[in-house]
Design a protein. Structure first.
Length: 316
């Protein structure tokens, strides 16, 4: 049996000094990272955010994916903990509302050196070392470029009108609603989509929830990409000039053009991962992380279409 959990290494820089947030469990008398078990039907990114808010009283959004930690529990149970980083802003810090409880009795912002002394488990110290290296290499602070294939649509064989008006199925509508929580984990501030109905209806619930203007680009549609892939490439390149995390919602035939353009900003190993996104299923998405400092792709995660009855694990 395997138990899945998720957590966050929250970090910030104060007066030029790199600091992290650790929590103390009174029951076990140990120091570690805020983390917790995945609830039924919950995606792991959402688990990480929920547990960090519950344990440390701080509301953040996810940064780049970190290493998974695996270890054995009693009675033959294994545990797999997925971690993300999250840079904490001054506003988020000011809005922190931590109250000691039966699980966590203290939280503390400490330097990396202090954390190495306080952290109880070697696996948590190793994770800290990884995070420090990423920070020193200027690849810890990132933005997300989310390439999203529209949710499940009515088959072409069952639609006799203009293809651009082909709607989502009932399953597709459920996927679109379920995507809201998952997409909200990544601090998306810009939504760019094909204007075709199945793409628009995939991102509308998220745009409404986050109060974001949805930007329509015909170049991201099947027809726009087919007629002039160079223009599709230009739209993607223009989007990559932004500093905000964003969504690019499109169709399967346009994925190769979009992903090939993004892969120009990646090294060979990441190019391979990005190219695998050509086979994204309806409602599936690829979260591509670009360093704000180096402007290079540093990590890739893929998520299946969320299903409220099925635990969603990232493929990294």
């Amino acid at each position: 049996m395997k138990v899945y959990a998720a957590g966050i290494v929250c970090w910030r820089v104060e007066k030029g000094e790199f600091k992290v947030l650790i929590v103390h469990r009174g029951q076990y008398q140990d120091w570690g990272w805020p983390k917790g078990k995945q609830d039924p039907g919950e995606t792991l990114p959402v688990t990480a955010l929920r547990e960090t808010k519950e344990e440390a009283g701080i509301k953040v959004r996810l940064g780049r994916k970190l290493t998974e930690i695996r270890y054995d529990l009693p009675k033959g149970i294994s545990k797999e903990v997925h971690y993300w980083s999250a840079k904490v802003t001054d506003k988020q810090l000011a809005n922190t509302k931590f109250k000691p409880n039966k699980e966590i009795d203290e939280t503390r912002w400490v330097t990396a050196e202090q954390a190495q002394t306080l952290l109880t488990y070697e696996r948590d110290k190793e994770l800290l070392e990884d995070v420090q290296k990423l920070y020193q290499q200027s690849v810890l602070e990132t933005r997300a470029i989310i390439v999203l294939r529209h949710a499940e649509a009515l088959p072409r064989s069952e639609w006799s009108k203009t293809d651009g008006d082909r709607p989502l199925t009932k399953t597709g509508e459920i996927q679109a609603k379920a995507l809201v929580k998952l997409l909200s984990a990544f601090n998306v501030r810009r939504v760019v989509t094909s204007p075709w109905k199945r793409c628009l209806d995939t991102v509308k619930p998220f745009g409404k929830k986050q109060k974001l203007t949805i930007i329509q680009r015909s170049q991201l549609s099947e027809l726009g990409n087919h007629k002039n892939p160079a223009k599709t490439t230009r739209v993607v390149k223009d989007s990559l000039k932004e500093h905000k995390s964003m969504i690019l919602c499109t169709h399967r035939p346009a994925l190769p053009t979009i992903l090939d353009t993004i892969s120009d900003y990646a090294k060979n190993d990441k190019c391979v991962e990005i190219h695998e996104g050509r086979t994204l299923s309806p409602g599936e998405m690829m979260v591509i992380r670009m360093s704000l400092k180096t402007k290079k792709i540093v990590s890739v995660e893929t998520y299946n279409a969320p299903d409220e009855a099925y635990p969603n694990l990232p493929v990294t």
